[in-house]
Design a protein around this ligand. Structure first.
Ligand SMILES: Cc1cc2nc3c(=O)[nH]c(=O)nc-3n(C[C@H](O)[C@H](O)[C@H](O)COP(=O)(O)OP(=O)(O)OC[C@H]3O[C@@H](n4cnc5c(N)ncnc54)[C@H](O)[C@@H]3O)c2cc1C
Length: 222
């Protein structure tokens, strides 16, 4: 659990947009006075828009900017609008919110297993950027290798790509299949983020492996 910094709300200027694939991009915006703990999310929308959505903070706690990683969802309302924004434009940002976060007293002593699908890697990017010495293994479930978002930001010895559709791009198969065969112990701390069915499966797999439920944290995106 993370203790909650004060919630801020206001208009934040877009500094930069960086496309990672044709449908996924990192939006960098001014940080203003917004304080957050890695793992928390903000609620974002166009200036004056009625529709806003949650996005995990992608940048680190000590960066002087805020970043979010967004994937355009087919016929999605807000993700499609965010894909079209330009530098200098203002975004409505509220936050931070959520309690998906690290127990900071044992970041360097306990082994953390991060399990993500797609843009569910965003909070783990913030964890690793905020706490460079953290002891972790990151399992990233994607369809194909092009979705290995910013993989060079992770230690290659700590990053395992699980590709369900592309062969010879790391482990071939879903991230949950990899986890089923992965040796775990009850001292490890588990964090899962992404779609709900993956997270449901992760709980089952880990329960069958004897992991206490209090060692499993999750954030469901949809
Ligand atoms: C706590 C939290 C943190 C989140 N962080 C991120 C993040 O860091 N990056 C990010 O891209 N999204 C994130 N999301 C999802 C995001 O809030 C929106 O749901 C997503 O951008 C779609 O919004 P939309 O308005 O474009 O689509 P909508 O018009 O709201 O929805 C269209 C449909 O797409 C489904 N959907 C939503 N997300 C996805 C997805 N990723 N893949 C496939 N279908 C989806 C919805 O369930 C809905 O049925 C997060 C959600 C939560 C609850």
């Amino acid at each position: 659990m993370v203790s909650g910094p004060a919630v801020d709300e206001g208009l934040y200027k877009i500094r930069h947009i960086r496309f990672l694939t044709e449908s996924t991009f990192v939006l960098r915006i001014d940080r203003g006075n917004l304080q957050f703990k890695a793992g928390q999310h903000i609620i974002v929308g166009l200036e004056g828009a009625l529709n806003l959505r949650e996005y995990s903070v992608y940048s680190g706690e000590n960066d002087d900017y805020l970043e979010i990683l967004v994937r355009e969802v087919f016929k999605g309302s807000v993700s499609l609008q965010l894909k079209q924004v330009k530098p200098g434009q203002l975004l409505q940002v509220n936050g931070p919110f959520g309690s998906f976060g690290l127990e900071t007293f044992n970041i360097f002593s306990r082994k953390h297993i991060f399990i993500a699908t797609g843009t569910g890697i965003a909070p783990f990017h913030s964890f690793v950027r905020s706490y460079p010495g953290i002891n972790y293994i990151l399992l990233h479930g994607v369809s194909s290798a092009k979705e290995a978002y910013d993989r060079n930001d992770y230690d290659p010895h700590h990053y395992i790509l699980c590709s369900s559709k592309e062969k010879n791009a790391g482990f071939t198969g879903r991230v949950t299949k990899f986890l089923s065969g992965y040796p775990v112990d009850p001292e490890m701390l588990f964090y899962a983020c992404g779609n709900g069915s993956m997270i449901y499966e992760v709980y089952h797999i880990l329960r069958d492996k004897g992991i206490p439920v209090e060692n499993i944290n999750s954030e469901v995106y949809f």
